[in-house]
Design a protein around this ligand. Structure first.
Ligand SMILES: Cc1cc2nc3c(=O)[nH]c(=O)nc-3n(C[C@H](O)[C@H](O)[C@H](O)COP(=O)(O)OP(=O)(O)OC[C@H]3O[C@@H](n4cnc5c(N)ncnc54)[C@H](O)[C@@H]3O)c2cc1C
Length: 379
């Protein structure tokens, strides 16, 4: 890895150890990030990772952002996923398809420490995103939005939302979907959900009751939002997988240190061949996942047209192997690993999310085969 990536890793690790380590357990327990921690994370530019320098952001590449998110998630995957959404998935469509005014305003908000959210999933449909029912209607120069989104990361903290809306007929499926920017306003009813993992990242239901936004806040053409959303998910899958790398790294470190200290039958358990087998397997899963995620990030940076396949491979591999790795870490730690006092207990809850969020494992498999059949290409 080149020197600049290593220095990004070192400075993020230093921040995470100094500022996040002491609050990570509390964030999970209280299902909330303290205000001053949010401010510190924002000041470091972690909620605006991919915002270009010309708009005041850090202007990191996908690969650089991946390393930052991995290091944040090694200590707090809640903060890591918040950075994924606000720093990568929200800027992506604005940078790529936004008008100069949208870029100036919304990338500017992120660069100044604001937070963005990405609202696609609905109670009716997550995997089947082409069936969304949240309705947007044009009224003069305004768009009026009615509907319910769910499992929306960052919602309680967000200054604005990218919202997938139905502007065409339901039977037109993906051809009737648009993407709009909606400022936070009292028309929104945000209800935080009690999730199993990534607690504190604000996963919420978002009810939109007659919310109004300017026609100028439509990203691209009317009814042409679906491809933009899918392109955003390509990047989101890689940066979400990066949170998994952080969780895997943390679980490996925890189990390895424990194996050196815990004794059984007269020797540290690391001397037992079956424990060595588990540790070697875990280390192999960690390093192979990292190689695959970094490769997908490099391909995103290079504009590879086959990126849908590689980002799905990266997320699918990290999610399924990550769940395996953390299970093994818990096994190495025995009873203490299963206790609420252990870090591995939280990591075990957190890692499972990657098999679901940003498209389930089953959906990643569908994308891989569709890509191989030439039905999905990036632009
Ligand atoms: C912690 C967390 C944070 C999230 N953050 C966000 C966010 O910020 N923004 C956002 O928009 N969404 C977010 N999500 C939602 C997430 O993207 C969806 O949960 C996910 O896409 C799955 O959708 P679903 O829950 O409706 O499951 P469903 O689509 O109902 O799927 C249920 C099961 O059926 C399977 N299935 C469905 N269709 C098929 C098919 N065609 N072939 C084979 N199997 C199929 C699925 O793989 C799954 O196993 C988040 C979710 C979680 C858990």
């Amino acid at each position: 890895m080149d020197g600049s990536l290593e220095s990004i890793r070192a400075s993020t690790r230093e921040f995470a150890e100094k500022e996040l380590r002491r609050v990570a357990k509390l964030v999970d327990e209280r299902n909330a990030v303290p205000e001053e921690v949010l401010r510190q994370v924002a000041e470091m530019g972690y909620f605006s990772l991919r915002v270009p320098e010309e708009y005041g952001g850090p202007g990191l590449s996908v690969l650089e952002s991946t390393v930052v998110i991995e290091e944040l998630s090694r200590v707090s995957s809640a903060i890591g996923i918040m950075a994924t959404v606000s720093g990568s998935m929200v800027p992506y469509p604005i940078v790529k398809y936004g008008t100069p005014e949208q870029k100036e305003k919304y990338l500017g908000i992120l660069a100044k420490g604001g937070i963005g959210a990405f609202a696609l999933s609905e109670p009716c449909c997550g995997s089947d995103a082409a069936s969304i029912t949240t309705r947007a209607t044009l009224e003069g120069d305004e768009i009026v939005i009615e509907g319910t989104k769910t499992y929306i990361t960052n919602a309680p903290y967000a200054d604005f939302f990218l919202v997938a809306v139905r502007t065409g007929r339901e039977e037109d499926r993906h051809k009737g979907v648009s993407l709009v920017i909606l400022d936070r306003s009292p028309c929104m009813k945000i209800s935080k959900l009690e999730m199993m993992g990534y607690r504190g990242s604000g996963t919420s239901e978002l009810k939109l009751e007659g919310c109004r936004t300017s026609k100028e806040n439509l990203i691209g053409e009317l009814n042409a939002g679906f491809k933009k959303i899918m392109m955003t998910l390509n990047e989101g899958r890689v940066t979400t997988a990066a949170t998994g790398l952080g969780i895997m790294q943390a679980a490996f470190e925890e189990a390895f240190e424990y194996a050196k200290q815990r004794t059984s039958m007269g020797v540290p358990i690391i001397e037992h061949q079956m424990v060595q087998h588990l540790l070697a397997e875990m280390n192999m899963l960690l390093e192979t996942s990292r190689l695959i995620v970094y490769e997908a990030a490099r391909r995103l940076d290079a504009g590879d047209p086959d990126i849908a396949r590689f980002s799905s491979i990266a997320k699918l591999f990290t999610a399924s192997r990550g769940v395996d790795l953390v299970r093994m870490a818990m096994q190495v730690m025995g009873g203490i690993g299963y206790s609420k006092d252990s870090l591995v207990e939280r990591l075990y809850r957190d890692i499972k999310m990657i098999e679901i969020g940003d498209g389930t494992n089953e959906i990643q498999r569908m994308v891989i085969v569709k890509s191989l059949r030439g039905k999905i290409r990036g632009d």
